[in-house]
Design a protein around this ligand. Sequence first.
Ligand code: SF4
Length: 255
Amino acid sequence: MALDAGGFPVTRTPAGVQRSARATHALAVLDERISGCYACSRLVAWREQVAREKRASFRDEDYWGRPVPGLGPADARIAVVGLAPAAHGGNRTGRVFTGDRSGDWIFAALWRAGLANQPTSTHLGDGLELSDVRVAAAVRCAPPGNAPTPEERDTCSPWLARELDLLPRLRVVVVLGGFGWTALWPVLAAAGYAIPRPRPVFGHGAEVELAGPRGPLSVLGSYHVSQQNTFTGKLTEPMLDAVLTRATDLAGSAH
Ligand code: SF4
């Protein structure tokens, strides 16, 4: 594959995303391929424009300005799936959920649940290590207005499908927000899981168990850790902790 200026293998089309994702057999390689994806022209233009123009308070920083890969070990039994990186969060730092208030919430909660070695995630190389959990987004590029189109969601979905496939011990997926919930079902169906019809309704604390090629998989819903939810008290720390505790219980009981 051709490499871009950052040294990442380039993918330029939706069909290319499908091919490249299918042909990837290691998480580290997947992370590199995601980082070199240019398949959604609107999102590529936006992520690069934001990275050039920057927010005033970050004007001295080099923005990542690329798709943001997942984070966490390949032996994770739990996956946490969010919507998409924030323009001045993940699109700036290059790490999922890192650099904005949403990330502050989720990483503090992962730490309280015993899934992270520190309660903060601020930048690549800050010493953060996750255990038993992989954190990823349904759409890897920061979208204008935090709103990817259905077409962009579908174009990006093979990356997530492959990522989940490359977690052989996966037993629980925690989905943050209704968008991620909607995006996940086709991904899981493509991976061979039996999806109930009608599709399960999203809600905080929603729980669905699926039968699949590698045994049962539990899908848990949580309100998104967006500022809109956390500032208004729609999502509180105890509410998020309860979902993650349920996830760790389910992951543990799968053995
Ligand atoms: S959203 Fe996904 S498919 Fe689209 S350019 Fe970004 S990484 Fe590629």
